[in-house]
Design a binder for this molecule. Structure first.
Ligand SMILES: [Zn+2]
Length: 643
């Protein structure tokens, strides 16, 4: 920080009629954050404005899983509503499976064994056709549309422009082979009882067209996640008769795919606080666990409302148990060979859904599902995949994390590919409190812990969370996209704002305002400032846009005695670029101590400040942040003791 923070650049600048410089070069960390000009779409208060619009995509998907070839073949209908003020001549779709095409950008970027790679698997989508469907006109029918594929995105040329308020109905037929390791987001694994499939990124999905960037066509490279439109889904999945399917949504045909006793157990489970077996371990793979019938396949039918995606899992080797929270069916599916702690998965999931519902925003969906399998941890609406080897605190941690994603980004639909911190970071932040509540701990052990963060920041490896997800150094992803924003919000709530009620009210308002919408970082910053009643430009900039460090110091203490008593002059400095409020503890010659909170505004004029205070006796020790609440990278300069 510069000592003289406001530099007037008068001579070189044009001068306005009042004789004042037209511009000042303000380099202070307190200069206002430059956010996009507010509009009627996105307001200065951080709310969606009266002209806010968002596209909508409703899907009907009929797909089948061929377990001999590990192939999924489907036909989908997308009903796309153009709520934008623009006429669209073409649509962009996401073909995420194309990351597994030979020489895809993702394949070339990622080492073969990298977490977000495909371990050498070559596959990708085969698109059989794309047609536009017209139902009510004289020319009713299906017209083939021209397409152009660019890696993991596909441009579809509409046969006629789609005006504002218009709707287009597309029909696509497609197939792909399911990779074993699908970038740790989907895949399959063989167990003694057969294959277990975790299926996601499994149908061509609409890219988001928004007011900020138009079409969002960032490639799927592996590390960056997804940005999707909301809509309703009607999904039919045909699998071998021996299989059980868990999916986003409500099972629409339980009488067809479940036995009478399974249906009765589910009805009991949704009213139960404790875990009920739907398919007990001893029943896995037994013919009696499947409804009577002769066909080799069964079609499972699911419906889901107001979701941004659908995922599912299928296997003949699932233990299945469930419970209920306030009408929400909490479910777990895991192979008998999973870590035995998976027997507690439903308890972990129920705590999670209840905790976040009561603290932040009521869970809006009819079910929440945890599936054990090859994917280490990945989230989709109403369903998450967690590693089958996870156990104990590790299984609780991944469960409460992946299900926390139901709030970010499933309810609050931010752009994950650009801003990983807006889902991973916010989610990791709420995970801190879910974990503290479950284990009755008082302070975070890892994520959120200021001392741990400071230790990492002191290495100089920190990167700004605002970097697009794919630009973050892969080995630092956990620190930059998860830990840093979570630790920052924990710091903001507990030790900068301190009034946790005020913080929670503002954070809940952000969720409420942007539920089922597409907030940007500016919308979040503005909404929080609006709710908190604080200009936090300095904090957002230093923590999210930059990798500034906190380093507060007591340089010296002088004492002045006159007729009015003893005055202490405490010379403070902030050699780090990121200012912070100061928690100061003064120890006096008479043994007494006093704690003082100095506001962040003490650094308005520069990075040195003299705090003057009337004291009862000479100061023998002055210490900044004795509780170690702030991520100070150099603690050696935090204490002054009388020589
Ligand atoms: Zn996550």
């Amino acid at each position: 920080m510069l000592a003289l923070s406001l530099v007037l650049v008068a001579l070189q600048q044009p001068v306005n009629p009042q004789g004042l410089p037209a511009q000042v070069a303000d380099t202070s960390p307190f200069r206002r954050l430059n956010l996009p000009t507010p509009t009627m779409i996105r307001e200065g208060s951080g709310r969606p404005g009266p002209r806010y619009w968002q596209q909508r995509a409703d899907y009907t998907i009929r797909a089948s899983l061929d377990t001999a070839t590990h192939t999924i073949a489907g036909v989908e209908t997308i009903r796309y509503a153009n709520n934008s003020p623009d006429t669209l001549g073409y649509l962009w779709l996401q073909l995420d499976q194309n990351i597994y095409k030979a020489n895809s950008r993702g394949a070339l970027l990622n080492p073969t064994d990298a977490r977000f790679a495909g371990r050498g698997f070559e596959g990708g989508y085969t698109i059989e056709y794309v047609r536009v469907v017209r139902r009510i006109e004289k020319a009713a029918g299906r017209t083939p549309l021209a397409t152009a594929t660019n890696g993991t995105v596909m441009r579809v040329e509409l046969d006629r422009p789609l005006p504002p308020g218009g709707r287009a109905e597309l029909e696509l037929a497609y197939r792909f082979e399911v990779p074993e390791h699908g970038s740790d987001r989907m895949g399959r694994e063989q167990f003694p009882g057969g294959w277990l499939y975790e299926i996601a990124e499994w149908y061509p999905r609409m890219a988001v067209y928004d007011d900020v960037r138009g079409w969002n066509t960032e490639q799927y490279l592996g590390q960056g996640e997804f940005y999707l439109e909301y809509g309703d889904f009607d999904v039919s999945i045909t699998v071998p008769r021996s299989f059980i399917v868990a999916a986003t949504g409500t099972l629409a045909n339980p009488a067809v795919v479940l036995t009478a006793s399974q249906r009765a157990r589910l009805a009991r489970a949704v009213r139960s606080d404790t875990t009920v077996a739907i398919i007990a371990k001893t029943e896995v793979g037994q013919p009696s666990s499947r409804p009577a019938g002769s066909g080799t396949t069964l079609t499972w039918h699911f419906t889901a409302r107001n979701v941004r995606d659908v995922a599912w899992a299928a296997s003949a080797t699932f233990v299945w148990n469930a419970s209920g929270y306030d009408g929400v069916l909490i479910q777990s599916f895991y192979p008998p060979e999973a870590n035995p702690d998976w027997a507690r998965s439903t308890e972990y999931a129920r705590h999670t859904i209840k905790h976040y519902s009561e603290k932040w925003y009521r869970y809006p969906y009819p079910t929440a599902i945890n599936v054990a399998g090859p994917v280490g941890g990945m989230e989709y609406p109403m369903i998450v995949f967690c590693g089958d080897r996870a156990g104990d605190r590790g299984l609780f941690g991944v469960t409460t994390h992946e299900l926390g994603h139901e709030w970010f980004p499933m309810i609050v639909g931010s752009n994950e590919r650009l801003y990983a911190w807006m889902d991973e970071g916010f989610n990791t932040f709420i995970n801190i409190y879910s974990t503290l509540a479950f284990y009755h701990d008082s302070a975070p052990r890892d994520r959120g812990n200021a001392i741990q963060w400071a230790r990492f920041a002191a290495t100089g490896q920190d990167e700004p969370p605002m970097l697009a997800a794919d630009r973050i150094t892969p080995r630092l992803l956990g620190q930059v996209a998860y830990n840093k924003p979570a630790t920052g919000l924990y710091l903001l709530r507990e030790h900068i704002v301190v009034d946790t009620t005020r913080f929670d009210t503002a954070f809940r308002a952000y969720i409420q305002r942007w539920a089922y919408k597409h907030p940007t970082p500016a919308d979040f910053f503005r909404s929080m400032e609006d709710g908190l009643g604080e200009d936090l430009s300095w904090f957002w900039r230093g923590w999210f846009y930059r990798s500034d460090v906190v380093d507060l110091a007591v340089d010296s203490v002088a004492t002045r005695t006159d007729s009015s008593g003893i005055m202490a002059l405490v010379l403070l400095s902030s050699p780090g670029e990121l200012p912070m409020p100061v928690d100061l503890r003064l120890t006096y010659a008479n043994g007494a101590t006093e704690d003082v909170r100095l506001p962040v505004e003490i650094w308005f004029q520069g990075n040195h400040y003299v705090y003057v205070r009337k004291v009862p006796a000479a100061v023998v020790k002055a210490e900044i942040d004795p509780a170690q609440n702030f991520p100070d990278v150099r603690r050696g300069n935090n204490v002054w003791t009388k020589p």
